[in-house]
Ligand binder design. Structure first.
Ligand SMILES: *[C@@H]1O[C@H](CO)[C@@H](O)[C@H](O)[C@H]1NC(C)=O
Ligand SMILES: *[C@@H]1O[C@H](CO)[C@@H](O)[C@H](O)[C@H]1NC(C)=O
Ligand SMILES: *[C@@H]1O[C@H](CO)[C@@H](O)[C@H](O)[C@H]1NC(C)=O
Ligand SMILES: *[C@@H]1O[C@H](CO)[C@@H](O)[C@H](O)[C@H]1NC(C)=O
Ligand SMILES: *[C@@H]1O[C@H](CO)[C@@H](O)[C@H](O)[C@H]1NC(C)=O
Ligand SMILES: *[C@@H]1O[C@H](CO)[C@@H](O)[C@H](O)[C@H]1NC(C)=O
Ligand SMILES: *[C@@H]1O[C@H](CO)[C@@H](O)[C@H](O)[C@H]1NC(C)=O
Length: 169
């Protein structure tokens, strides 16, 4: 121990806790990102006639991994699937959905969502299956969105909506 200079010991003493706390903060930020994204999603639901399910269920009292329709990865506890199909939900999809960076499966079929799909969906690089069918979406599908997503995307269901324009794959 005496061989090491006091300066090195001092550096270790202050740097180590800093590095550790930085890592912990990072994990917390990531977990909160999923919660923050889904709570933003919830505030964009204007009519949740099935009040007993999503509206009362998606609260900070429990981890997002225990919310109805949400599935987390067993190892990293990040949201990997969101299935809120046939819940009579009305509203829009906020850009915050693009922060669910571990999302693989997204199914919102059979609701009354309207408006445009946010460009931020293109940030979801792990997305494999999306089902937006049977809603009231309108507008155009941005070409960049499709271009960037088609890398890993295996299934995309868009039928029974009011999208405009041509889909170029
Ligand atoms: C958290 O750490 C990972 C690597 O462990 C890094 O890729 C990621 O960008 C970090 N996230 C934040 C919000 O700092
Ligand atoms: C909310 O949705 C229900 C069921 O879809 C519908 O009966 C009701 O009229 C809607 N309320 C509003 C304020 O749009
Ligand atoms: C939310 O729903 C899930 C799945 O149905 C259930 O396991 C959980 O207990 C519910 N949580 C609350 C706070 O209602
Ligand atoms: C979405 O959910 C509906 C009903 O819950 C199911 O029938 C449909 O197959 C699902 N879509 C995909 C692409 O998994
Ligand atoms: C999530 O996404 C929104 C909109 O894209 C952005 O403004 C916000 O800073 C993001 N939040 C986090 C915690 O990453
Ligand atoms: C669309 O969703 C509604 C509400 O869940 C359901 O009653 C209807 O059968 C669905 N229509 C199609 C064509 O899937
Ligand atoms: C799509 O990818 C291009 C280049 O790979 C990038 O410049 C662009 O920002 C991406 N678009 C979105 C919406 O992420």
């Amino acid at each position: 121990m005496e061989r090491y200079s006091p300066i090195l010991q001092l550096i270790a003493l202050f740097l180590l806790p800093y590095l550790l706390s930085h890592n912990l903060a990072n994990t917390t930020i990531d977990l909160n990102t999923d919660e923050f994204s889904l709570l933003a999603f919830k505030t964009h639901i204007t009519n949740d006639s099935s009040h007993t399910t999503l509206g009362k269920n998606w609260t900070t009292k429990t981890s997002v991994c225990h919310w109805v329709g949400v599935t987390c990865g067993s190892r990293h506890h990040r949201v990997i699937a969101l299935d809120i199909s046939h819940m009579s939900l009305e509203g829009t999809i906020p850009p915050h959905i693009g922060n669910l960076s571990f999302l693989v499966y997204l199914n919102i079929t059979g609701n009354l969502f309207h408006g445009d799909l946010p460009n931020e969906l293109a940030h979801l690089r792990r997305l494999r299956v999306v089902d937006f069918s049977n809603n009231s979406f309108a507008g155009e599908l941005p070409r960049t969105w499709l271009g960037n997503m088609t890398d890993g995307l295996e299934e995309m269901h868009l039928n029974f909506n009011s999208f405009n324009g041509i889909i170029i794959l």
